[in-house]
Design a binder for this molecule. Structure first.
Ligand SMILES: [Zn+2]
Length: 435
């Protein structure tokens, strides 16, 4: 990106250096009370106290001032479904019924490229309004749906990673039909989009129930063929789902073992949910450096169960955080963090605000293998930023009257905040919301 654009963004800067250990680990982050992010050609050229940088800035450079707001790296959503923007808030079903009754019906509409194009614009607008600047997204079974999303993301210069959902059984014929040559279609989409600007591809078998072993093996081979492509799927979300996988793959000792056998585990693999796992399965995830993706609003809404964060973390499993819209109920990573906190509280665990904000930024970037590109306010990274206002609503402003320091402010933001707390979102250095 060499658009020659230069801009200075001034406010309170917060960026994480490593995963925080506990609720007040001040060595895990860098906070500048009055800082400037200097942006050039879409990337961060420098981030430093205003007192240091102001004197070096040419007078012609525009300065965006966000005096009382917090500027963080843009949020990263590691599991979201682009064709489910109108599935969100679908009533009264658990996973398998929810898929059949709502999701598979809705996804068939993506056979129409005009529909896919319209939804892609809405989807990216909504991410932006919520301060999310990178997402790992599922498309529908139609390769055209991935084309639609990548086509819409390109001019916005967003770091979108996506793949069309691969499935060849246990779904409606209309979704299995376009998936017949799903592997060939995925290979073609990789050629067209992977590494084009900021776009990347993820091989996307929906889950073990909707793919034969043959198709999962082909997906694994594709992952091996393209060593920078990611993989996303679902794992151990719901008891009926796990029982069905047991019936479909009777020779495998567990659900996780099915993915392991077909080469689908590894450091580039992000597995949504990971709720109901035994110790052997957790060890498979940890040893393979796979990522377990915590989707709290979805797990509560679909009634799937409670993600056991501490158990997985102690076993050395890499963990990411995500909305899982439309099983999830909010595009906001702030709301997602709030529900993650509650899911953990129900298990007598806790989620410090520092850990939550690290997860939404640096942690999720690392989960995607993109921590050299995004997730931090540091020279060389893309200038993807979110500007947050902890006094965005009367109730938040009222609570902030008694806030005690940065950690408390962050906790107010994640407990009470949503899109209303997002004052601006910068994508590759450009403000993406109306000022
Ligand atoms: Zn999902």
């Amino acid at each position: 990106m060499t658009d020659g654009e230069t801009r200075a963004i001034r406010g309170r800067l917060l960026t994480f250096l490593r995963a925080p250990e506990g609720a007040s680990d001040s060595a895990s982050y860098r906070y500048i009370d009055d800082g400037i992010v200097l942006v050039k050609d879409g990337r961060i050229e420098a981030a430093a106290p205003a007192a240091e940088l102001m004197s070096r800035l040419p007078a012609s450079i525009p300065v965006d001032r966000h005096a009382d707001a917090l500027i963080l790296p843009g949020f990263i959503d590691t599991h979201i479904h682009f064709p489910q923007t109108q599935v969100i808030a679908s009533y009264g079903a658990q996973l398998l019924e929810w898929l059949e009754k709502y999701t598979f019906v809705e996804e068939q509409r993506f056979a129409d490229p005009a529909h896919a194009a319209r939804i892609a614009e809405f989807f990216l607008d909504e991410l932006t309004r919520n301060g999310t600047t990178t997402a790992l997204a599922y498309c529908s079974a139609h390769p055209d749906s991935a084309d639609a999303l990548f086509t819409a993301a390109g001019p916005r210069r967003m770091g979108i990673i996506a793949g069309n959902a691969i499935m060849n059984r246990n779904g409606p014929a209309a979704l299995l039909e376009p998936a017949r040559d799903a592997i060939a279609a995925s290979r073609q989409l990789i050629g067209l989009w992977h590494g084009k600007g900021r776009l990347r591809y993820a091989v996307t078998p929906r889950f073990a129930i909707t793919s034969t072993g043959e198709q999962l093996a082909a997906a694994g081979a594709l992952l091996e063929e393209f060593p920078s492509v990611l993989m996303q799927t679902h794992l151990a979300e719901n008891h009926e789902e796990i029982a069905a996988v047991g019936r479909l793959f009777p020779g495998d000792p567990s659900y996780t073992a099915v993915y392991a056998r077909f080469g689908l585990l590894g450091p580039r693999s992000l597995l949504g949910h990971c709720i109901h796992l035994d110790d052997t399965e957790i060890a498979l995830l940890a040893d393979s450096r796979s990522v377990a993706v915590f989707c709290p609003t979805s797990n509560l809404f679909i009634g799937s169960g409670l993600f056991n964060y501490q158990r997985l973390a102690k076993a050395g499993v890499r963990i990411a955080l995500a909305t899982d819209v439309g099983g999830g109920t909010s595009y906001s990573m702030l709301r997602t963090a709030a529900e993650a906190y509650k899911v953990m509280q129900l298990q007598s665990q806790t989620l410090p605000a520092l850990v939550a904000f690290d997860l939404m930024t640096r942690g999720n970037a690392a989960a995607l293998g993109l921590d050299g590109e995004i997730g931090a306010i540091a020279a060389g990274r893309f200038a993807d930023l979110v500007v947050l206002d902890a006094r965005a609503t009367p109730a938040m402003a009222h609570r902030m009257e008694v806030a005690r320091g940065l950690e408390d402010e962050l906790f107010v933001l994640m407990t009470m905040g949503d899109d209303r707390a997002v004052r601006q979102t910068y994508i590759a250095g450009r403000p993406a919301l109306p000022a």
